[in-house]
Design a protein around this ligand. Structure first.
Ligand code: 5GP
Length: 201
């Protein structure tokens, strides 16, 4: 059986990343790694489903024990990808999505250069601001801070293999699957196939 693909999926808040992922995960070939974090659960979030919610002490001892593939600090909290959430599923042939921020993504780039890196951006920063205002969950100054943060993150999108604009959800999801499909034919990942073809040459 072919191994699954490790996919790093990043986007600033307000880009519709959550809605895109919900659509993508309807396809059983894909699963999302459940990260660990020290931040408190938001209403409705379930331990082991949205995140593994850990105390800082527990998080740090698991970092020391080498349990994380990557970890990073973001807005005063620790976040990290547990190796146990990744390799066992890749071996089973599932594509594993890491929904992580840029610093963590760059650590994965070093450790797992074969991973596929996708960054989702809004059609414009103005549109991002409008979406955050419409959501109405944050105060005006928090929105301004998030928009500024988002602009900083979007400026780093060029470090990723592919950038998808989430203007219309359906198109963005289609673009995601197109990218994953095209990646199957990548020369640098076709070593086994090439050797097989050349076997009796
Ligand atoms: P939130 O607190 O809103 O759930 O997540 C804040 C940020 O942390 C988001 O950008 C999210 O992608 C990122 N994040 C979630 N899990 C991980 C992880 O395991 N590692 C890293 N580096 N970032 C993560």
């Amino acid at each position: 059986m072919n191994k699954g693909r490790l996919i790093v999926f990043s986007a600033p808040s307000g880009c519709g990343k959550g809605t895109m992922l919900a659509e993508i995960l309807k396809d059983e070939r894909f699963r999302c790694s459940v990260s660990a974090t020290t931040r408190a659960p938001r209403p409705g979030e379930v331990d082991g489903v949205n995140y593994h919610f850990l105390t800082r002490e527990d998080f740090e001892s698991r970092v020391a024990a080498g349990e994380f593939l990557e970890n990073a600090e973001y807005c005063g909290n620790c976040y990290g990808t547990l190796a146990s959430e990744v390799d066992v599923y890749l071996e089973k042939g599932q594509n594993v999505i890491l929904e992580i921020e840029v610093q963590g993504a760059m650590k994965i780039r070093e450790k797992r250069p074969e991973a596929l890196f996708i960054f989702v951006i809004p059609p414009s920063v103005g549109e991002l601001r409008r979406r955050l205002e419409k959501r109405g969950t944050e105060a005006e100054e928090v929105i301004a801070k998030r928009v500024a943060e988002a602009a900083g993150e979007i400026a780093q999108a060029g470090k990723y293999d592919y950038v998808i604009v989430n203007d219309a959800l359906e198109d963005a999801v289609k673009d995601f699957f197109t990218v994953v499909e095209a990646e199957k034919f990548k020369g640098s990942l076709s070593g086994e196939l090439i050797n097989e073809v050349l076997k009796n040459a």
